[in-house]
Design a protein around this ligand. Structure first.
Ligand SMILES: Cc1cc2nc3c(=O)[nH]c(=O)nc-3n(C[C@H](O)[C@H](O)[C@H](O)COP(=O)(O)OP(=O)(O)OC[C@H]3O[C@@H](n4cnc5c(N)ncnc54)[C@H](O)[C@@H]3O)c2cc1C
Length: 455
């Protein structure tokens, strides 16, 4: 039978001499900024130690950050408008999805390709010398181990990929690096983002990300404070003082910062910037400037007809948007859902200022030109999530800009004064930046560091 706390304490006291009495250790308070997956996982790791009081301060009204379920899209669909898949099956994110039934897709999954008005399946393209040249060049990009200070686009120029299939390379690369191939360094992204091109992908299916997160993190949800945007972190004293945008001040022994790098890089006059006192070390600021995080727009589309090849998991179509994932098919109701993600310059310079109806028109025109009128006439609705306009995300995910260095992410991940710790996908030093499992890995690193300092 459980004893009341007081009597347990008195038994312990009575069985010890005064000099042997070990006072129960006061729990250390840890403030975690951001309730994306890295913040939630850090909180869970520390909470399970029973040695820390954790509090998760989240600016938005939701948990999950860039894992984001949009409900009731087109009236009745739940659509993942952020991360929707695990890369590879040897990581914790995959384990979470597996327990919720997942669907495998990879570069060899059935796909419909539309090139200059002609339709191909993969078997047909595997006989196409232009396509095979593109695949070989993609391998060269992924395996690149040189150190030339050139962009992915500059490097691929020398490979002379035939123009008619170049968009497939561009699309596959950009969704993995998170930006335009003109902006990313070949040397630093080849072993990281670009290496995802050939990973097997396991899509969330049979459930949704909210259910996965709520189940995995149920114990720490009571410690999440939503609508709590942090504006200042003062680590000049023995305790870390954290101020939110409503001027509420909280004190912690340690603070873990998990906000996207785009937020950390905001200029001090931006309303959503976080001010550090003292300012962060020069070396960390220099590292932040070598990492980019650019615009991203995810588009959900509804068609009333299936025009792609049977069993296709995706469609590649020449045009600016390029690739569409087939998310669900409901022939009984003539309803088919697709998603497309655009990252980098086109998202920022063109789509960013367009209304949903204009994006729908743009895709209709592209489909009419590159697929045919059966496709363009089938398109009935469009729903857009513009990640660049999310005030506490502001973009896709991190990548190495031209002029970066291999040690950059290590510098980002370094703690400051043994008080402020950094987690989140951009701090991944294991070549898994820009992914959910990469973000989870950073939580383990920070959790381990804080625990080892506290024993
Ligand atoms: C469209 C899209 C598709 C993607 N698809 C995939 C995929 O299929 N598979 C995959 O592995 N990865 C994918 N990713 C990448 C993946 O989503 C991220 O790498 C991962 O979710 C990042 O987690 P995080 O914890 O580092 O950051 P986040 O999820 O961004 O969490 C940071 C949190 O900090 C909060 N915050 C920001 N500022 C403040 C502040 N001042 N005060 C308090 N809180 C603040 C934010 O609101 C947010 O909740 C995708 C990303 C995008 C944008």
């Amino acid at each position: 039978m459980a004893l009341p706390a007081m009597s347990l304490a008195s038994i312990l006291l009575s069985s010890c001499s005064k000099s042997e009495i070990i006072a129960p250790k006061k729990k250390l308070r840890v403030g975690i900024i951001g309730a994306g997956i890295s913040g939630l996982q850090t909180a869970k790791i520390l909470f399970e130690q029973n040695q820390f009081d954790v509090e998760i301060l989240e600016a938005s009204d939701k948990i999950g950050g860039r894992i984001n379920l949009d409900e009731q899209v087109f009236g009745s669909y739940n659509i993942e408008m952020g991360a929707s898949a695990a890369y590879g099956n040897q990581n914790q994110w995959y384990d979470m999805l597996r327990s919720a039934q997942t669907l495998e897709t990879n570069s060899k999954s059935p796909t419909s390709y539309y090139i200059n008005g002609n339709s191909f399946n993969l078997t047909e393209l595997n006989q196409d010398s232009d396509y095979l040249k593109m695949i070989n060049s993609t391998k060269d990009v992924c395996d690149y181990n040189g150190s030339a200070e050139v962009s992915v686009a500059q490097y691929i120029e020398s490979k002379n990929i035939p123009e008619r299939v170049k968009f497939i390379f561009q699309n596959r690369s950009e969704e993995k690096i998170g930006t335009s191939i003109e902006r990313a360094s070949i040397a630093l992204n080849s072993g990281e983002g670009l290496s995802k091109i050939d990973s097997n992908m396991y899509q969330i299916s049979g459930t949704n990300s909210d259910k996965i997160l709520y189940r995995e993190y149920s114990k720490i949800l009571p410690y999440v404070l939503n609508n709590t945007a942090i504006s200042a972190i003062d680590y000049s004293g023995s305790k870390v003082k954290v101020r939110d945008q409503n001027q509420v001040l909280r004190e912690y022994d340690y603070v873990v910062v998990t906000v996207p790098i785009s937020i950390l890089k905001l200029q001090s006059d931006d309303v959503n910037s976080i001010k550090f006192l003292p300012t962060l070390p020069e070396s960390k600021i220099a590292a932040m400037n070598k990492i980019g995080m650019d615009g991203a727009i995810k588009i959900a589309l509804k068609t009333n007809r299936k025009f792609w090849h049977e069993d296709s998991k995706a469609i590649y179509c020449k045009g600016q948007i390029g690739k569409y994932e087939i998310v669900s098919e409901d022939p009984a109701n003539n309803s088919y859902i697709l998603t497309a993600t655009v990252m980098g310059a086109y998202a920022e310079n063109v789509l960013n200022s367009m209304r949903e109806s204009e994006i729908l028109n743009l895709i209709q025109n592209e489909w009419a030109t590159y697929i045919g009128t059966t496709a363009s006439d089938s398109l009935v609705s469009c729903h857009v999530k513009n990640w660049s306009k999310e005030p506490f995300i502001k973009g896709a995910f991190s990548y190495h800009k031209l002029g970066g260095e291999s040690e950059t992410r290590k510098e980002l991940a370094k703690s400051v004064n043994s008080k402020i710790f950094f987690a989140g996908e951009a701090c991944n030093t294991n070549k898994n930046s820009g992914t959910v499992h990469g973000a989870l890995e950073t939580a383990y690193n920070v959790g381990k560091e804080i625990i080892s300092m506290s024993v």
